[in-house]
Write a protein that binds this ligand. Structure first.
Ligand SMILES: Cc1ncc(COP(=O)(O)O)c(C=O)c1O
Length: 379
């Protein structure tokens, strides 16, 4: 293993839950950020129709209807003109991170991310020979990053890039449009390339999501069909690239991935017209969030951010444990509920936190909350 690379500890929980399930025990899954619902019926139908046709590689930027559909999406949702040639369709946002890092930076570059944050940011940067710089965000500020935090961190340790998600994983924290604009303009002033991970867009509970594309032509925007459109396993996402990075990103995509999966691109075109279905799922997450919050509050567990967006609750469990991984294992083995220890998201303070995903079905979340209740009562 490369120095600094860490496993996903939740994989240990997943492996143990598979063992329990193989022995016939029912496990309720709150460990992964995967919607309980399938993609919209029209998406599945579009793929069924395409299945018998030959599926070849597509142009590296993506199929024309998808790039045009995404350009129309920016016009409709964000009132911003994004030309189709600025859009590159990728194998989920995960591949987009690799392309963005390699297009914008060179080995040894320093890229800032928040702590807590999505662990693949650190591991991908480390794997590519780049250097993550962590900016701590705190429960006191609802885990929201500010332009002042960015400026302060830069003065301590200058960096070349900032990768930031709003709404965020694991905290659900979302910043306002004004705060996002301030972060972007601070980056511009400091000569820092801003990468805006907008994968949880659409899942803002306080109002419409604001994209950095609305005010920062130099930002790299990354988004995905995984979450809002319930398409995690389809591996399709996209980037909006500033003009100076397009040719380099295209060469990298041509050589590293050729193109995103063809059937998934066809599915993605259909998904863009299925926002009503996505909004129905979102309404379900909102109710799930309330059920979870009520259940946890009975034991004094209150998330510092009650959920600006996404579908996660990041909860301080230090009243019960100082070892989140052992807590997660006990919760799984005694109560049959799988959830993620905070150490996956924060190598310093994560041992005091657990992340619960409420992306599953209402039935799963309701039963899981009952089981968590009994588990905590018995502690
Ligand atoms: C913040 C964030 N970005 C990116 C991803 C990766 O998503 P995908 O590669 O499925 O688009 C995730 C997945 O959980 C995430 O939480």
């Amino acid at each position: 293993m490369l120095p600094g690379l860490r496993p996903f500890y939740v994989m240990e929980i997943t492996a143990r839950s598979k063992e329990l399930e193989a022995r016939g025990q029912r496990v309720l899954h709150m460990e992964s950020g995967e919607p309980g619902a399938p993609p919209a019926p029209a998406v599945r139908e579009a793929v069924r129709r395409a299945l018998d046709l030959p599926q070849h590689y597509t142009p590296s930027g993506g199929i024309a209807p998808l790039r045009a559909g995404l350009a129309a999406y920016y016009e409709a949702q964000h009132r911003v003109a994004v030309p189709p040639e600025a859009i590159m369709v990728t194998m989920g946002s995960s591949a987009a991170f690799i392309l963005a890092f390699l297009a914008a930076f060179r080995p040894g570059a320093r890229v800032a991310v928040t702590r807590p944050g999505y662990p693949a940011y650190l591991n991908t940067l480390l794997g590519l020979g780049m250097v993550p710089v962590e900016i701590e965000v705190s429960a006191q500020s609802g885990w929201r990053l500010s332009a002042e935090d960015v400026e302060r961190a830069y003065r301590e340790t200058p960096f070349d890039g900032l990768l930031f998600a709003s709404p965020a994983n694991p905290t659900g924290a979302g910043v306002t449009g004004a705060a996002l604009a301030a972060i972007a303009s601070t980056c511009t002033r400091l000569g820092v390339r801003f990468i805006s991970d907008e994968i949880y867009h659409g899942l803002d509970y306080r109002g419409p999501s604001v994209s950095a594309a609305e005010f920062d032509p130099d930002a790299i925007i990354i988004n995905s069909f995984s979450k809002y459109y319930c398409m995690t396993g389809w591996r399709v996402g996209w980037m909006v690239l500033p003009e100076d990075l397009r040719a380099r990103a295209m060469m990298l995509q041509q050589n590293m991935f050729i193109s995103a999966p063809t059937l998934s691109q066809i599915a993605a075109v259909a998904a863009l017209s299925e926002r009503d279905y996505a909004e129905e799922q979102k309404a379900g997450y909102r109710t799930n969030r309330e059920i979870l919050a009520e259940g946890l509050a009975r034991h004094g567990l209150v998330a510092a951010n009650s959920g600006d967006g996404a579908f996660y609750s990041y909860v301080d469990v230090s009243a019960f444990t100082s070892d989140a991984l052992s807590f997660a294992i006990a919760l799984l083995e005694k109560a049959g509920v799988a959830a993620t220890p905070g150490i996956d998201f924060d190598r310093v303070n994560g041992h005091r936190f657990m992340r619960f995903s409420y992306a599953g079905t209402r039935a799963t979340v309701t039963e899981a909350v009952d089981r968590i209740d009994q588990f905590l009562t018995a502690l």
